[in-house]
Write a protein that binds this ligand. Sequence first.
Ligand code: NZQ
Ligand code: ZN
Length: 388
Amino acid sequence: MNNFTFYSPTYFVFGKDTENEAGKYVKRFGGANVLIHYGGGSVVKSGLLERVEKSLTESGIRYKTLGGVKPNPRSGLVYEGIKLCKDENIDFILAVGGGSVIDSAKAIAAGAKYDGDFWDFYKGKVIKEAIPVGTILTISAAGSEGSSGSVITHEDGMLKRSAGGDVLRPVFSILNPELTTTLSNYQTACGATDIMAHVFERYFTNTKDVEITDRLCESVLLTIIKEVPRVIENPKDYNARANIMWAGMIAHNNICGVGRDQDWSSHKIEHELSALYDVAHGAGLAVVFPAWMKYVMRNAVNKFAQMAVRVWGCEMDFEHPEKTALEGIHRFENFLKSIGMPLTFEEIGAKENDIPEMVKKLMGENDKLGSLVSLSAKDVENIYRLAL
Ligand code: NZQ
Ligand code: ZN
């Protein structure tokens, strides 16, 4: 196991009706003049925004609202939010929504405390300061409610890039599984795929003797495999929703990733797809991950066979471990199919002709990608082609 530090300061408030305590927690974490940030309208339609506004008002907290965050959030609204925060002396940002809203809130929070262009952070500049962010999560997926990351697409060139830093970790996150019952099965499945992907990026490592984190990863995967079919069958199943919601947090606050090298090439390969075609991040991952797995599997047969046996219930073929490894990948593909996820370029409207452009955009900034296997531009192209 490698040396590590682990800092996860977020205060989690989990359970039914907890959004009604938003005012109490904003106050506890020092907010008096708040920006409520939200998305394309689901929180208006469900009445959640109204309940949150009421809670803030009852706690004597002033607020402004800024809605309109799109999935795969864009830079334009971030600039607008930064200006608003500076003009109005905002001291707290409350993100009400999914990963896109939370990531947009984090970008605004960092940009409002910085004199330069917030995009500098997405080009690698260290984030030293940010307005505190609290979240009320409405979809179990990105894990941004507990993570240090934020992913934004710059409209100039449609570059989708991430920034990170412990100052971006939310000070509190309110997780009420009931809020996720209005999601379509497709959105639920996209979120579940992202949760699994966050585990895979950590699980497939060359670092040896990381049994505790391997077992945590496997437990998140087993939970998703058990609970997602239950919510697809019955979207109002509270306990299944609750298990998925907590799994989504555990998958990405890095408790599953400490002490080991992590890969993250599939996420970067996927970000080019969601930037170009505006597909849901989880759907893009469903297309990329099985292709990446098949491409790199021979370099880490034992790890893939371990997952096949422990997670997918395959029998170990000691004579031919690669057969076990491949069977695990097939069972993963079948699971994705069973929950309605796409597996090919065609199903998400991606085009073979665009592959060179995506490779160029991605590898123009990176010589090599990934850690389990170090990928060249040619490898990335081959992975896209495997997903056709
Ligand atoms: O905008 P509204 O109207 O709210 O609709 C959203 C959106 O259309 C809808 N939705 C959310 N909660 C709902 C709901 N509809 C009905 N009922 C509800 N309760 O779902 C759609 C997707 O929302 P979005 O926030 O985009 O989903 P997600 O949480 O999957 O976030 C995706 C973004 O997160 C980034 C992705 O790249 C993508 O841009 N990621 C962020 C990470 C991080 N910050 O740590 C890590 C991830 O790997 C990921 O890259
Ligand atoms: Zn992700």
